[in-house]
Ligand binder design. Structure first.
Ligand code: ZN
Length: 409
């Protein structure tokens, strides 16, 4: 059986700019899903005629509501133990990164707790976090490893996620850490990938002063590419590192952060169709300068958004990320929606199957309890009352009963 959603759709974004194929229009809907995929998007009577033999598992009346593609979160670090809520007060009181570090905090605190955590504890918290992301409308999430640091803990994390992230080094020079990654981590990864024990797609490095310099980053990314991984890395966050130029040269699919990207880097990324994954929560919470979203959009860079969920930026919500992108990075609401759907899917190499409501794509969508989808961005933190249904592969995976009784205005 299929499911059909009848939706008035007059206020949809008319030209959300799309990753790879120019501009994009969302049509008036209903949507017909079967076998997990969108089979038709169009007029209800046409769908009824075309699929007259179909029996419907469920018909959702969407009068007064609207539909959006499921949101795609292009950057998260969801597998770790040891939150850092205690540090938040210290940071608000003005403690510097080094002071927190000396008080036993920072990333080392998370690494220590993650290493000690049992695999099932990591799995349970990971599942709960994914559930919360889903309720906030994310139906596809990029998940990075990276808080394990040693091979054993990283492999424990990589059994859960698809992006292998080298974000830190402790007690090693950058060159030693790079050699270790290339000679030990990546061959093991290749072996486990071949045997089907893990399913990793992306390689990620934190290209930053005092972490991995440009040359080490290049060696690791190239080695990852050589074993068939897609390049998707952290660059130009705290210092201009020429990460964008490097990514463009190596054929990276995406680079995240880019607060300190150069003008030349922006041009190189546009030319190479390398997506910029911008993370408005990071700039907001760490009080960094904002990434230059406008300049990137004007140069034709494919701009995507991510929540950057991690112990430092504890945010599950792409609607709030879109709001911050609009207010702090001066994106329009249509641009933010495209960045949190089709362009984020592109950054993950999934735009053929995800990120928009098109025939043949996976049936991932949201039903918003409002006739104007923009409420999802406009109501800062209001998504819990607005997201009425989350549908994945044509099945309702989350239904918000409060929407029947509580006004979302
Ligand atoms: Zn990150």
């Amino acid at each position: 059986p299929g499911s059909i959603l009848e939706l008035p759709w007059e206020n949809g974004p008319k030209e959300a700019s799309v990753a790879s194929q120019g501009s994009h229009v969302l049509h008036s809907l209903p949507v017909f899903c079967r076998d997990g995929c969108i089979k038709a998007v169009g007029q209800a009577d046409v769908i009824r005629n075309q699929f007259s033999e179909a029996t419907f598992e469920r018909i959702i009346d969407c009068s007064g509501k609207c539909v959006l593609p499921g949101l795609v979160d292009a950057h998260t670090h969801p597998v770790w133990a040891g939150d850092r809520v205690h540090e938040f007060a210290m940071k608000l009181a003005g403690a510097s990164y080094m002071e927190i570090h000396q008080a036993g905090g920072g990333i080392h605190f998370t690494v220590e707790h993650t290493r000690k955590a049992a695999e099932d504890e990591l799995l349970t918290t990971f599942q709960h976090r994914l559930e919360r992301m889903l309720r906030a409308g994310s139906t596809l999430v990029e998940c990075k490893s990276g808080y394990g640091l040693n091979l054993e803990t990283e492999l424990k994390m990589l059994s859960l996620v698809k992006c292998c992230c080298f974000a830190l080094r402790i007690g090693k020079t950058a060159t030693e850490a790079t050699d270790d990654i290339i000679n030990n981590h990546l061959p093991k990864l290749k072996e486990l990938k071949l045997s089907g024990e893990i399913n990793v797609n992306n390689i990620d490095v934190f290209c930053e002063k005092g972490v991995f310099d440009l040359e080490c980053t290049r060696r690791i990314l190239q080695a990852g590419k050589d074993i068939g991984l897609q390049i998707n890395f952290h660059g130009d966050e705290l210092h201009p590192m020429k990460s964008a130029e490097l990514g463009a040269e190596l054929g990276a699919r995406a680079i995240s952060h880019l607060e300190e990207v150069t003008d030349e880097g922006i041009v190189a990324m546009a030319r190479a169709k390398c997506a910029a994954v911008l993370l408005p929560t990071t700039a907001y919470m760490l009080r960094l300068k904002q990434p230059q979203a406008r300049r990137m959009l004007e140069e034709g860079v494919i701009v995507a958004l991510g929540s950057d969920f991690n112990p430092n930026a504890y945010c599950f919500s792409m609607p709030m990320v879109m709001h911050l992108a609009c207010v702090n990075m001066k994106m329009s609401m249509n641009e933010a929606l495209a960045a949190a759907t089709i362009n984020a899917a592109y950054a993950l190499g999934k735009s053929d199957t995800h990120g928009s409501l098109e025939v043949g794509k996976q049936g991932d969508l949201l039903i918003i309890n409002s006739s104007r989808w923009e409420h999802l961005i406009y109501q800062f933190g209001g998504h819990e009352a607005l997201i009425n249904y989350v549908i994945v592969k044509g099945k309702v995976v989350y239904e918000n009963e409060r929407c029947e009784t509580m006004s979302s205005y």
